[in-house]
Design a protein around this ligand. Structure first.
Ligand code: RUQ
Ligand code: CUA
Length: 865
């Protein structure tokens, strides 16, 4: 009965916020289950992944976007997408590739002068310290046009793209070494290092594979190409890689297929590549000592320079005992190093086994120079059997492996079987299998490839989704499936469709390890992290002309763009700098100019640049593209492009009715008096700020600086207004007075924000009860009628506990059962005044107690509201 009554009473009283929640809670779970056809286990699975509004995820996942050339960021366990990061592909909504500064990053990825506007992102990698993720940088490779990009995890933006100077494709990247010293990038398809034509018949002689070791500066988060080098390898198609750690620190591992060095020729009657490249029973795992080779590369005698890049030839690597091969089952796929670095797991792909190599056994053979032979290029080959810890039969098409915190326990994807298998790589026993949908490639454990795997979940990155989702045409979404691995057997929790590319591999990190910023220092070039040359503060907006080069220094702040008119000549070179003056969190402004194919997204504090030739004559509205405020639509202006060789006749002026001198005087007086009243408000805020020593708090002082910056412009406008009055031009005087009002509003806007910030800083600390009470007050809908510090559609509650005898008890009773007190003379008076009755919000005694504590806190700080 209760909900019905409260629904009616709330309708009468005009508040429905609180009752909606009550109604939802009162609907029986069993009815929802029945209506939606859910079983109990479904509900448990839902509960394991459901995040109520405002609740955040424990893990953050970075997934490659495959052919979208992006990175996709989502949360676990909710599987909610948080961001797409433009990397190798322009991303108009972020302005990535549509303003000059981001275009400079994108164009770092040009290869041989060619603009490349897409990528096949494969393997994201998180930077490491002692083999554990440090949450600072993300690297990702582009397989199609061999490149590595670096993303800064302070703002989730791409900062650097480095093309590989000698490879023509890559696959086995990006992998950080355990202290982010290097990023490993292995090639895929054998090809000449130089950019010349070499006949395919010379494949064995002139085509090469290899591994590039990109030197990484983890302080600034940039690859240092000059300090990087490539280890030349035979034209076996190198595949996935991993860096050793712990016991195997200093070593790198890359497997391969096509040690047959088959080059196809289906068109001349040869069997296709797929047959020729998988003929041998074994291929080679490449084992190389990058630490030693980094020293070797420092001596110019040891390196060949190709395309301005250092190459360590195979014979030099062999001579330095830093490059070896070990047979591995044919056409293997992943190579995954265990968290302690003692074991490497290589999966068969065409074999049902996973092979577990023991690094100690590998090292023993290397130390004793015990080789079973050499490959055609003179690289020593170690004995496979002697290197193996053992093999486990897992199922069809094993690909990739992730680790868990349980010793020996791992999870491997089975492509052909469409399963994830849980097994123990130490005792080689299979423990459990779960079906996935369908044809899983990679799988992602929580920090599952670091030295500190977290367990809990595995994500299956499936290649096909077939029947899992609504049919949206022949091209289906991708399917990431979340699997709970906390129990004895695995449990598939939920599917997430990803409507982009083929998300290839994902890495995850505890959300607590990430520390992204919410705003930039004012005037930052976010692509370099440095102060932007176009940084413009309020009042510095200007248009400068130098010959036919026009430079505009503009600002954006709710809700205007300054300047609002830009007039240039057709053919002028235009540089437009834009600074978002906002400091408030999430106050992004976008910016575009009609027909010029330009867009930028300006996060608070960011400056960016448009550079274009005004080659189209006409009138081009520009505007803010983010719905940033109530006056967002007004946030606009015009680019006017005139042809200097044309004569423009002004259109006939309409006969507009003009105001009489008396009317003008009256309007002028009204404007001035509004300004006087507004100024009084500003002065009261200023007094509050001064009385409460705003200068002690940097955040507030910054806001006050901004506010005073606006306020300081008023005298100049006032002078212009007074001059206009003196000259008898009331029309103009009114406009200047309006400008003064605008400046006052901006001052007040920032000033009040400063005041609010200061209040939060200097108010007495809330007790846990009071904090809970504030939440209950808001969630219970109380603030729908009661605004602290203001009379709104209900009375101001500041001081309410003093207003009545036994105030605490009085208010408690009133909250718990307001109807009972409607006839109380004081309450009756209020009901008449506000024409509203306090509704029963069905607060519990505990909630009411918390609210009382909150009201006490309000009272303690009454002077601040
Ligand atoms: S490799 S699906 Cu391209 Cu990462 Cu195994
Ligand atoms: Cu700024 Cu819309």
């Amino acid at each position: 009965m209760k909900p019905v009554i409260s629904k009616i009473s709330s309708l009468l009283l005009g508040t429905t916020i609180a009752t909606t929640a009550l109604l939802a809670a009162d609907v029986e779970l069993s009815k929802v289950m029945k209506d939606r056809g859910l079983s109990e286990i479904d509900v448990i699975r839902a509960a394991k992944t459901y995040n109520p509004s405002g609740v955040k995820d424990e893990f953050v996942v970075f997934s490659s976007g495959g052919q979208s050339g992006q990175v996709i960021v989502y949360g676990v366990p909710s599987m909610r997408i948080l961001k797409y990061i433009g990397v190798f592909t322009p991303e108009p909504w972020q302005g990535y590739g549509y303003d000059k500064d981001s275009l400079e990053v994108l164009r770092q990825g040009n290869i041989r002068g060619k603009e490349i506007n897409w990528g096949d992102t494969h393997h994201p990698a998180l930077s490491e310290k002692d083999g554990k993720y440090d949450g600072k940088w993300l690297a990702i490779n582009d397989k199609a046009n061999p490149r590595i990009a670096i993303i800064d995890l302070e703002d989730f933006e791409t900062k650097q793209i480095v093309p590989n100077p000698v490879f023509k494709s890559n696959h086995g990247g990006a992998f950080f070494t355990p202290n982010s010293e290097y990023i490993i990038e292995a090639s895929q398809y054998g090809a000449p290092y130089d950019n010349n034509y070499h006949p395919i018949e010379d494949y064995k002689e002139t085509y090469r594979g290899g591994v590039t070791m990109w030197k990484f500066d983890d302080k600034i988060g940039r690859i240092m190409p000059k300090d990087s080098f490539t280890i030349e390898m035979p034209p076996y198609n190198q595949d996935l890689s991993d860096a050793g750690k712990g016991e195997s620190y200093g070593w790198g591992f890359t497997n391969s297929f096509n040690t047959e060095m088959y080059t196809g020729g289906i068109e001349v009657g040869m069997p296709p590549n797929e047959a020729g490249m998988s003929r041998n029973d074994t291929d080679f795992l490449h084992v190389y000592n990058w630490q030693k080779l980094a020293e070797v590369a420092k001596d110019p005698k040891n390196v060949k320079i190709i395309n301005d890049h250092k190459i360590i030839p195979m014979d030099i690597a062999v001579k330095n005992e830093a490059l070896f091969l070990i047979p591995e089952p044919k056409s293997p796929h992943g190579v995954d190093v265990s968290p302690d670095g003692k074991y490497l797991i290589v999966c068969g792909k065409l074999d049902t086994h996973a092979s577990v190599y023991d690094f100690k056994k590998i090292k023993e053979q290397i130390d004793k120079k015990e080789y079973i032979g050499k490959d055609p290029y003179g690289i020593p080959i170690l004995d496979m059997k002697k290197s193996l810890h053992g093999q486990a039969e897992l199922g069809l098409g094993p690909l990739h492996t992730q680790f868990s915190p349980v010793d020996g326990e791992v999870y491997t994807s089975l492509y052909v079987d469409s399963q994830v298998v849980k097994w123990n790589y130490k005792n080689l026993k299979v423990l459990d299998k779960v079906n996935v949908h369908y044809n899983i490639g990679h799988l992602a454990g929580m920090e599952g490839k670091s030295a500190d795997p977290q367990g809990k979940y595995i994500i299956a990155l499936n290649k096909l989704s077939i029947d899992r989702f609504q049919n949206v045409g022949p091209l289906h979404p991708q399917n990431h499936q979340l699997i709970d691995i906390s129990g004895k057997s695995m449990d598939l929790l939920v599917d997430m469709p990803l409507p982009l590319g083929e998300p290839h591999q994902a890495v995850s990190i505890r959300a607590s390890k990430l520390h992204p910023k919410v705003r930039y220092d004012m005037g930052t070039n976010t692509k370099t992290g440095e102060q932007h040359i176009g940084k413009t503060l309020a009042g510095q907006e200007r248009i400068e002309r130098n010959g036919n080069h026009v430079t505009i220094y503009s600002t954006l702040v709710r809700s205007h763009i300054n300047p609002e008119r830009i007039t240039v000549n057709k053919g002028d070179k235009v540089t437009l700098y834009m600074t978002n003056l906002e400091r408030a969190q999430d106050e992004t402004h976008g910016f575009t100019i009609n027909d010029y194919n330009l867009h930028t997204s300006l996060e608070p504090g960011e400056t960016s640049t448009f550079e274009f030739t005004a080659d189209l004559e006409g009138v081009f509205p520009y505007y803010c593209t983010e719905f940033c405020s109530a006056l967002h639509l007004e946030m606009m202006g015009y680019l006017m492009v005139k042809d200097p060789n044309k004569k423009y006749e002004s259109a006939q002026k309409l006969k507009m009715q003009t105001m009489s001198p008396e009317q003008l005087k009256a309007e002028y007086d009204k404007t001035v008096s509004v300004n006087t009243a507004t100024d009084a408000v500003i002065q009261s805020v200023v007094k509050f700020l001064k009385d409460n020593k705003f200068g002690d708090h940097k955040a507030v002082a910054d806001l006050v600086t901004d506010a005073l910056d606006q306020y300081g412009k008023i005298p100049a406008q006032k002078k212009l207004s007074d001059e206009a009055v003196k000259a008898g031009d009331m029309e103009k005087a009114i406009l200047y007075e309006n400008m003064i009002w605008q400046l006052m509003v901006k001052t007040a806007d920032v000033g009040i924000r400063a005041k609010d910030t200061l209040v939060k800083l200097i108010a007495t600390k809330q007790s846990a009860e009071a904090a809970r009470g504030e939440k209950t007050f808001a969630e219970g809908g109380c603030n729908g009628c009661h605004v602290i510090g203001k009379v709104s559609s209900g009375p101001d509650l500041t001081g309410v506990l003093q207003r009545h005898e036994n105030g605490e008890k009085w208010v408690t009773n009133f909250i718990l059962d307001p109807e009972k007190m409607y006839t109380d003379p004081y309450v009756k008076g209020m009901i008449d005044f506000f024409n509203l009755k306090m509704p029963n919000q069905h607060m519990s005694e505990k909630e009411t107690k918390d609210i009382i504590e909150y009201l006490k806190w309000v009272e303690e700080n009454a002077n601040l509201f």
